[in-house]
Each structure stands twice: as C-alpha cells, then as structure tokens.
Design a protein around this ligand. Structure first.
Ligand code: ZN
Length: 313
C-alpha cells in the first residue's frame, strides 16, 4: 500500500516544538507513517503572511530543517526532485518527501527567490494562504477577493517552466479559476473537501470541483474536522461521505488525500498511524480495490508525474 498524502504542516510544527521527525508525540512521525503505508508525503513550509518582514528568513530555516531531517533519516526518506526519483521510489522501502510552500509571501514578487527555492528542492507551491499578497488574493479576503496579479501570472509561467506543482488550496474563487486557465498543467488542491457537505469557505463548491476535473487535477481530502462537518463534530463516516460525494460528482480519478496533520488540533483521523485504516474504510464504503488504489495514491501520482522535471536541474 502506497499512500500519497498531499499536505502536512509537520516541518513548521517541528521547528516550533524542537521534536524530531523520526519519532514524536504530535500527529506525524516517520515511524507511524511507515507503519501506515505512506509512500509519498508533501511537507509544507509555512509562515503567517502577517510576518512579512521575517518570512523569507523563517522559510529558509524550515527549508534547512527539512534537509536536516532527510540527512538524519537517509534510510527512511527519499527526497523527490524529479520523475526518476518517483520511479525509483517503487523499489525502495522509503517515504518520498516532496517539498511544498504554503503561500508565496516570502517571494515578494521576486522570481529569483522562486528559482533559488526550486534549486533547494521546492517542487510544489500555493500562491497564497488566506490573505492577499503580491501574486494573488487568498480565500480569506471573502467578498473583497480579486484574482491574480500580473506578477502572479508570471510566477505561474515560471513554476510551469521549472516543474513546480501548483496548489490551489486557500486561494480565492476568482484566483482559482484564473489560475486554472493560466497554469498549463494539471493542478492540485492539496487539502480541501466538498462545500456541498460542509459550507466552509476553504472547501470547493461543485463548480470548482468540476473545473478541477476538467483540468485533470486532484483534490486531497483533509482530516481537519471543521472542513468535514459544519459543527466541527466530524466522524470518520462524515469524512468518507466527502470522498464518495466528490467521486460521484466528478469521478473517482480526481480524488486523493491531503490530511493537514500538524496543521490543526481537531482531526477526524487523529494522527498519521490512523491512515492504516483507510483501505478497509474505503472498501466498507463500497469502493473497489482499483478505486481504493486510485484514491490512496495513483491519482495524485498522475498529477505529480505530469509536472515534475524529468531529471534534476
Ligand atoms: Zn492549509
């Protein structure tokens, strides 16, 4: 079983707690992830946009932490930089680690910094977190939200050229549709659910889900309780309902997993070890063996393969 999880905030969390990725008491460590069958994990770097003066410095420290963890856990982790790394992963008993930037505040408007981060291993990025920045408006701007800036469009072109995946979680609705048009390849929404089942602004409405499928993208179902059920008292059954709803609406080939472990306190599956239950839970929900493999990993792999560079640059 090779589960692909499109989002966790473990690196920034470890920077705060000082704990180690190998084993800790938070929601994600290597020991539990391996036991649960994680084959590929997106590790997000994240700072709050309000910390704009220091955010590049903070992101660089988290970037260092990522590479220190890779070094400390060489026999368990494989950084994913190109499509060869992805195909080699199949023969190894390692967790593939894909480096993600959640919100591009630290770039300012400088593509030079994007290129430096790409050379340092960055392979996935969302233009915004919740707020407006120089590239685009985030979903937290609510009714005042606009779309992409010219610099944002330029950034998407450069991401496409460099082989950096585009994540549209957190972005505003106008930015969402404009980015789908402006970015040439399939996109990810790394951690979000269906707004028809839970009316949180971070979730995707039916039209957004259909547009994602048209673009060949994948949405990662998140375990954050507030995005699963409106009152926050979400059950495993409620989370599975989101998977079934989206699969019925747009097709099972566009559904994946994006837990957000270490990004929130209240989760449906409370920690990464619980992912071991996923295959049985999906089977009980009526998904076939092939569909389960798609949801757990092969759908996400399709998008990742379509974007990553073919060899290291
Ligand atoms: Zn997030």
């Amino acid at each position: 079983m090779n589960i692909v999880d499109l989002h966790c905030d473990t690196i920034s969390h470890l920077c705060k707690t000082g704990a180690a990725l190998w084993s800790n008491s938070s929601q994600y460590d290597i020991q539990r992830a391996q036991a649960a069958g994680i084959g590929l994990q997106f590790f997000a770097l994240f700072t709050r946009p309000a910390e704009s003066n220091t955010c590049l410095r903070e992101i660089l420290k988290q970037l260092d932490r990522f590479w220190m963890e890779v070094e400390d856990n060489r026999s368990h982790l494989q950084p994913i930089l190109n499509s060869d790394d992805l195909s080699n992963l199949k023969d190894q008993n390692k967790i593939g680690c894909l480096l993600h930037l959640e919100g591009a505040e630290c770039l300012g408007g400088d593509l030079e910094i994007l290129r430096v981060l790409q050379r340092s291993g960055l392979r996935s990025m969302g233009l915004t977190w919740n707020d407006r920045n120089l590239l685009a408006d985030g979903g937290g701007e609510g009714i005042s939200a606009g779309g992409l800036s010219l610099k944002g469009r330029e950034t998407l072109k450069e991401m496409d050229r460099l082989g950096i995946l585009l994540d549209l979680a957190h972005i505003s609705v106008p930015s969402y549709y404009q980015a789908l048009e402006a970015y040439a390849r399939p996109v990810l929404v790394t951690h979000a659910n269906a707004r028809s089942l839970c009316p949180h602004w971070r979730n995707l409405d039916d039209a957004q889900l259909k547009a994602l499928a048209q673009k060949g993208g994948v949405v990662g179902i998140t375990q954050v309780s507030d995005f699963v059920k409106e009152d926050g008292n979400a059950t495993v059954g409620d989370m599975l309902d989101h998977i079934a709803y989206i699969a019925d609406l747009i097709g099972v080939e566009y559904v994946g997993l994006g837990s957000d472990f270490d990004g929130a306190d209240d989760m449906v599956l409370g920690e990464v070890g619980q992912y071991a239950r996923m295959p049985d839970l999906l089977a009980d929900k009526g998904f076939s063996r092939r569909e389960i493999e798609m949801i757990l990993g092969t759908n996400a792999m399709r998008v990742i393969t379509a974007v990553l560079p073919t060899q290291s640059s």
